[in-house]
Ligand binder design. Structure first.
Ligand SMILES: [Ca+2]
Length: 372
């Protein structure tokens, strides 16, 4: 979870975020928690190795401001950065064009029997903790489970990049496309990562972590749920009451933190609807709802006036805010009505495909339906 600027809280996620397109579940997928700034067009020119002119001055300024901001001795920050490396592999990973896969190609990356089976096993093994989180935060156990399944394969792929190096690289050598139209976006991303690097130092201080030992995604997302440092600081909670918030090893903390993220940042509504299939009537025009972020500016009545109706009855009030999205499915366009709790999932990763995959995986883990 990154806080606004990043998309996926996760590393790969970044890629996924900016334009939904996670990588196949091998590496840590990205996501969490964070959602990148609104996606901008994919780079058109091959990425260039960024010139690191002015690095010393920029780093000195970073050390000064971070020391002041979080009350950390400048010498400590300098000592960590002195050993940090700008890694080409991270620049390359971040530079990969985030091709927007159609839903029919995205879905199989996350919806497979093995991931469903592993999710059921995770749910069974962690039922008390999941139920506690569901009671406290209102987020269903299967949603929390599906997030962990999509983000890291239930902890199997938490990322192998040194987090300091990942954030240091993206903070001071963020890849540049050379496209003038992307300069503002790239500047914003670099600033985002510079802030996340500062937040990492604060996190280390607050949680008594040796940040130089932490591993994560190429974007610096950490742990089972792939939280960025700012999200870790803001949304992680101590699920088992041992006085620490450990998103790397403590599943009680991981589960409670994902639920808390959704409750706080996503404004998750207990018992709310996520999404339901819609039927397009003969009089319907294409419903234009471009971009990533969903705006819940319709109602069932307004969609009915456009000749779109739920495929099955949905228990929502007449004035419930919702909207319609179209996914390019294997059998043609799929129409879905989405609600508040769908939008909540997009605060973890802004991609509609991501949110749909999480929901469908959760339904399959729970043994409901064919999930589309
Ligand atoms: Ca704990």
């Amino acid at each position: 979870m990154i806080r606004r600027a990043l998309p996926c809280g996760i590393v790969l996620a970044l890629v996924a975020c900016a334009a939904p397109s996670p990588k196949p579940a091998t590496a840590a997928m990205p996501s969490p928690v964070q959602t990148p700034p609104d996606a901008s067009p994919p780079p058109t020119a091959p990425p260039q190795a960024p010139p690191i002119r002015g690095l010393d001055a920029a780093r000195a300024e970073f050390v000064r401001t971070t020391a002041q901001r979080f009350g950390i001795p400048a010498s400590e920050i300098e000592a960590v950065l002195a050993r940090a490396q700008i890694r080409d592999s991270i620049v390359k990973a971040m530079s990969r064009p985030a091709e927007a896969k159609p839903w029919r190609d995205y879905r199989p990356i996350f919806i497979q029997q093995s991931r469903i089976d592993s999710g059921r096993a995770f749910l069974a093994a962690n039922r008390p903790s999941l139920q506690r989180a569901e009671r406290q935060y209102g987020v269903p156990a299967e949603i929390i489970t599906a997030i962990l399944g999509v983000e890291t394969g239930y902890g199997a792929n938490k990322g192998s990049y040194p987090v300091v190096d990942a954030l240091y690289t993206l903070a001071f050598a963020y890849p540049r496309s050379g496209d003038p139209a992307r300069v503002a976006y790239e500047d914003k991303r670099e600033a985002f990562f510079r802030d996340e690097l500062a937040q990492l130092f604060a996190l280390g201080k607050e949680e008594h972590l040796d940040i130089t030992t932490l591993k994560g995604s190429y974007a610096g997302a950490m742990g089972w749920g792939q939280f960025m440092p700012s999200s870790y600081r803001q949304y992680a909670v101590d699920g088992d009451g041992d006085g620490r918030r450990d998103l790397f090893n403590d599943l009680d903390d991981v589960i409670a933190s994902v639920a808390n993220y959704f409750a706080q940042k996503g404004q998750w509504q207990r018992g709310g609807s996520v999404m339901v299939r819609a039927v397009r009537g003969p009089a319907a025009q294409d419903f234009v709802n471009p971009g990533n972020a969903v705006t819940l500016d319709q109602t069932l009545a307004s969609l009915a006036a456009l000749d779109y109706r739920p495929a099955s009855p949905v228990p929502v009030a007449a004035n419930t805010p919702l909207t319609l999205i179209t996914l390019d499915g294997a059998a043609g366009p799929e129409y879905w009505i989405v609600f508040n709790d769908f939008k909540a999932i997009t605060t973890y990763n802004i991609s509609r495909h991501y949110a749909t995959a999480v929901y469908q995986l959760s339904e399959l883990i729970a043994g409901r339906g064919d999930a589309g």
